[in-house]
Design a protein around this ligand. Structure first.
Ligand SMILES: [Zn+2]
Length: 138
């Protein structure tokens, strides 16, 4: 009964639905910018709206204002590769996100996140450094 009311309310009030959708995007990345890992303060269109990008989950990622503003209308991967905080794992996460594979994207982001609990165990298990992941950067 109540959930039906809620659905009705969302249909009736698209703004509420958009707000919830945006919130869910931020939750996917633990409220971190998908590019640099800082707190996400905005939603960035991977393909800019000015180039026909749609406001759908596959094309919208949480981003901090600095990244969002700096990227502007540039092609996302092209722009991202030039950043000092470029991380191949985040680039892979971005690709997975665009493919609609949010679970994979989230896993990659958790891995890339320095605060993540999962990272130390990976390091200990094979003793290799993250530098290895720079191989695709050039
Ligand atoms: Zn950022």
């Amino acid at each position: 009964m109540h959930s039906r009311d809620a659905v009705f309310l969302e249909d009736f009030c698209p703004k509420l639905r958009v707000r919830r959708w945006r919130q869910s995007l931020h939750n996917f990345t633990n409220k971190n910018c998908i590019y640099c890992g800082k707190p996400s303060e905005s939603i960035d269109h991977i393909l800019p709206m000015s180039k026909g990008g749609l406001s759908i989950t596959k094309n919208c990622v949480p981003a901090c204002l600095a990244c969002n503003g700096d990227k502007s209308n540039a092609e996302a991967f092209h722009w991202y590769r030039k950043q000092t905080f470029y991380d191949p794992r985040r680039a892979m996460a971005l690709r997975a996100w665009m493919n609609g594979d949010l679970r994979l994207a989230i896993r990659l982001l958790e891995w890339a996140n320095p605060d993540s609990e999962a990272k130390p165990s990976i390091k200990q298990s094979n003793g290799k450094d993250d530098q290895e992941w720079g191989f695709q950067a050039a």
